[in-house]
Every structure is written in structure tokens, then in C-alpha cells.
Design a protein around this ligand. Sequence first.
Ligand SMILES: Nc1ncnc2c1ncn2[C@@H]1O[C@H](COP(=O)(O)OP(=O)(O)OP(=O)(O)O)[C@@H](O)[C@H]1O
Ligand SMILES: [Mg+2]
Length: 252
Amino acid sequence: MNPVLQAEQLTKTYLSTDPPTQVLGGVDLAVTPGEFLAVMGASGSGKSTLLYCISGMDRPTSGRVSIEGTDLTALDDNAMARLRLTSMGFVFQQAFFLGNLSIRDNILLPALKATPKAQAEAVVRVDALMERFGIAHVGSHGITEVSGGQLQRASICRALAAEPTIVFADEPTGALNSAMTTEVMGALTEVHRGGSTLVMVTHAPDCAARADRVIYLRDGEVVDSLSLGTWTADDAEAREIAMLEWLRTNGF
Ligand SMILES: Nc1ncnc2c1ncn2[C@@H]1O[C@H](COP(=O)(O)OP(=O)(O)OP(=O)(O)O)[C@@H](O)[C@H]1O
Ligand SMILES: [Mg+2]
């Protein structure tokens, strides 16, 4: 199966520091269609930098990234922004919603921009997503009038609204308590079950244990990977134990 995302010999060096900081030291990565990949590693190991470079939010210093065969490194800023809008979904630790729009309009806005000629379809899709992720009843609320878990489920709806090829998440549960974390990981598991390809950076072993595969980053290099297969509630505990053992061997 051809990978959805392929990174080859990706490096990133920040030149703004003296001496320059090399953050990624030649990362090779392939993500297959429908795969749920988790990225773990100590703080500062380069997880977010990797996510930004493979999703076109930042440019690598060298190496190549392609999504469905499109070489991101060859795109200019406009083409990159367009590709992000139409083919990628993003979920961050914070939702980055606009304060003057309702939850529903925040979800709708990027989808309308992505498919300006199919606005009615986008509206139908967004309403179905909000229903599916249990936030339809708070659609008209302002962004301060919902819980943290609801806000993150709204971010997930926004990420899916333009039917992206791949969804990127950087610590999607990083700002949530444990009940809300369970709620949001349930939603991301549902996203994966729906066939989406998902790359998620996380510090939380129980969140990473939901993934099909986990890679471990140390000093900007992928030093280990663990294949877990498809998550089911029945083997959640066994997976978490395997994860913790694997993390321990990597010094996490
Ligand atoms: N714009 C920048 N300029 C210079 N150095 C940077 C820049 N952004 C990140 N770094 C450095 O790159 C390294 C990796 O940062 P990155 O944010 O990718 O780590 P991370 O693994 O996501 O960490 P965390 O788990 O804390 O989020 C860190 O040492 C950081 O200080
Ligand atoms: Mg980070």
C-alpha cells in the first residue's frame, strides 16, 4: 500500500539561535492509509517540530515530505496553505477558535473556505459531524460557553469538516482533565475507526496506547517504534502495560 505521508531524511535546524539548533536529525517516516500513528518522546525531543514539518506548517531545512504523492517541499506558500485547507485537519492543545463566532460557525468556516463551490454540502457535513461527536446541542454557544472536552470535540469536527486526507494532532488532550481526556480520545478513536489517517503527538501513554503504532523520538531522531494493532476496549489495559514497558526501555 502506498503511504499517505512519506518523509525522507527530514532535518530541521533553527538558525535564529547561536549556535544553530539542530532539532531534527534525518527522520524517515511513512504513514499508511487509515493508520493511527502516535509520536512520543521527552519534552524538547522535536515532536512538534516534526509534526509542523510533515504538515506543511513549517519547512524542513532539508529532506522531502510528500502527502498522497504531492511533494510539500516544492510548493509555494499559497499552494501549501491551499493543500492544508483541503487535505489536512489539525487539532491542537488549544482550539484556536474565534471568540466572536459560535461553535458551529467556527467549525464551518474553514470547510466553507476549502470548498467554496459546495457550501450546502459543507453545512450538511458539519451538522452530521456535530451530531456524531455529541456537540450539536451546543452549536449556537459561544466558545466560552462549552466544556474543555466539548471544545476539543468541536476542534475534531473542524479538522474533519473538509474531509481531509490526514489529521494531525499535537497534544490534543494536553490541557484536559482525565474525564475530558477519555472523552476526546474516544472521539479520536472514532475518527480512526471512520477510516481517517491520524498522526498524534502526545505525552500520555494511555492516549498513545490507542494508536496502531507508536514511534519514539530522541534528540530529533526516531529511535524506536512499537506496533500495537487496532485498539479495542477489551485489550486497553494490556496495551497500556506494553506501552509503559516500551517507554521504560526508552528512558521515558
Ligand atoms: N523557533 C524555534 N527557534 C529555536 N529553537 C526552537 C524553535 N522551536 C523549537 N525550538 C527548539 O527545538 C527543540 C524541539 O522543540 P519541539 O517543540 O519540537 O519539542 P517537543 O518534543 O514538541 O517538546 P514538548 O513535549 O515540550 O512540546 C527544543 O529544544 C526547542 O527549544
Ligand atoms: Mg511539542
